[in-house]
Design a protein around this ligand. Sequence first.
Ligand code: ADP
Ligand code: MG
Length: 706
Amino acid sequence: MRITESKKITDFFGCNVFNDGVMQKYMPRETYNELKEVTDLGKPLNKELANKVAKAMKEWAGDMGATHYTHWFQPLTGTTAEKHDSFISIDKSGNTVLEFTGSNLRKGEADASSFPSGGIRATFEARGYTVWDCSSPAFIKKSRNGAGILCIPTAFCSYTGEALDKKTPLLRSMEAINREGVRLLKILGVDAERVTANVGGEQEYFLIDKSVYEKRKDLMYTGRTLFGAKPPKGQELEDHYFGTIKPRVSAFMKELNEELWKLGIMAKTEHNEVAPAQHELAPFFTTTNISADHNQLTMELMQKIAKKYDMVCLLHEKPFAGVNGSGKHNNWSLVTNTGVNLLEPGETPYENAQFLLFLCAVIQAVDDYQDMLRISVTSAANDHRLGANEAPPAIVSMFVGTELEDILTAIEHDIPYGSKEKELIKVGVHVLPKFPKDTTDRNRTSPFAFTGNKFEFRMLGSSASISGANVVINTAVAESLRQYADILEKSTDFEADLHDLIKSVIAKHKRIIFNGNGYDESWIHEAESRGLLNLRSTPDCVPYYLADKNVELFTRHRVYSPTELHARYEIKLDGYCKVLHIEAQTMLDMVWKDILPAVSAYSKELTDTALAKKALSADIDCSFETDLAARISALTATAVKKTRELEYAVMGVKDVEGTLEQAKYYKDVVFSAMNELRIVVDELETHTSAEYWPYPSYGDILFSVK
Ligand code: ADP
Ligand code: MG
């Protein structure tokens, strides 16, 4: 369906989703009610019900023109996977029929041998299972020729039950925070049936013209430019941020929004970002699991739709050196089934106590599990951003705003707060002094910022799934809540104990709070003196996966088993090595095949010209040609030397034992050699005629979409 101007969003919003309205239409009332109990209250799904739901889904999918179904899952590659099966089958009498049973819906068997498993599953027993996640609605993906595929969101696990995907641990972490949240609220006297983490993920991306993309091997093979001299104009003037959106981009955004809305994804905000050719899309927040699914679909659609407009959508964290990279802001909050946002400061002493306790739970979680938060966003690509002068630094800290920090300090030291009233704050007795909400939204350099009634975790990379980060936030906060519940459960003087608990958490974990400029050099020293971690790269942080306290956290809350953690450790390191290996090989290919021949040809043209001039008359000044030819030849010689060094560096990997050691080697030796080569080649580019340079320049790429 092409959406015309006259069509209202509400007329087609969610039209490709097996949502509540569709279920009610296609299922008998009791089936619908039974399924609701499964999805909303987590009751088990029996075979009979699965058959009934499958029947309804098949009918709906047929009416929607779908010919195939797929178990849609999220393997540890960070992207999504699907294998299509048509509904077509043959019955006992040999007639062609359409078939989709409860067992087709509930469970699938996928040959998993080509997905990363971190050693969990040997290839000879490569069976993997996909299992229906009925908490995320099924949907229909339309291909360009209009054929539809019924997509069933599923979890993916090994024959022996270990999670081989991003969804399973996320669902487990949601269960953990629900369990501990409900438990603590009960102690506080609140009868909540469920506590849910909500997430709104802002997605940054670049759009460039297809023609320039196709001329850059580095973009095609690695998603980022490996060479490229600085253009005369970058993002200095900051004239792109929130600027007028170009017509082609605007047309792209319109179609993207429509396709997202059809899938029930609440695309809300769109704007130009800081760097030229950079944009952002933010959806309205929803439950973490659905938010993660939606973000995967958003990235997929961005790439697909860009192609229709002869553009390429770059989701890499750092496609261009010298201009901002792309990230994702993960806005996270906790809400009860009765609609209370637990991170919203309240009006009454009681609500304030609840707010402070949940605030403390997050402060403690971020402090205790800084290492895991850092790991949850790490990748070779995101390492280029974190710590550079644009994104949050690699040091995890928290911003709460000065007003809230003053309140916390007043509680910690039992000192009066506020310039006028000067009152002592007793938790559970006093109303918190009002603090202006909008001042909590202005620190853009903080990795983890309190923004009034939610936290914004800003370290996530643009291409990565949001699941990993939310697994850590949910589980770490669940752990704080568990500890508080254990203490308060035994309390005999509730108000006093609550006050003391909050006081002690502030005293112990305030070191993680930092309201200053996270880009400032002095913060690095300050953070160090506070004992905060500064894990600059993937090989630096990944070993923390296996730290005892982290293994204990995830096993206690049944989010990752030790085997699953170990698998993720291996996969992160292995992925890091592979990315660097491909980048190094691409550089070598570009240099030998394109760059060196180009500069050689150009210097020949220069020397030919000089010779021709000289032949004409000895008096003609040839200094431009001869000087430049000399300069280019000297740079070329250095480039060849650096290329050979990179070759040796890459070859040296085979002598390094162990994944962690290899990852370190890639970072210290291969990556350094890549950087050195790039410096010389970029200098060569600056001196070479555009006619000879084999690739579109940064200027050509960044301003390619007119
Ligand atoms: P910005 O960070 O650019 O100022 P906004 O404050 O408008 O943007 O919100 C950014 C994201 O935060 C959106 O995806 C929005 O839906 C989400 N968001 C807003 N409130 C909440 C909440 N209570 N819980 C989770 N996410 C939220
Ligand atoms: Mg934001």
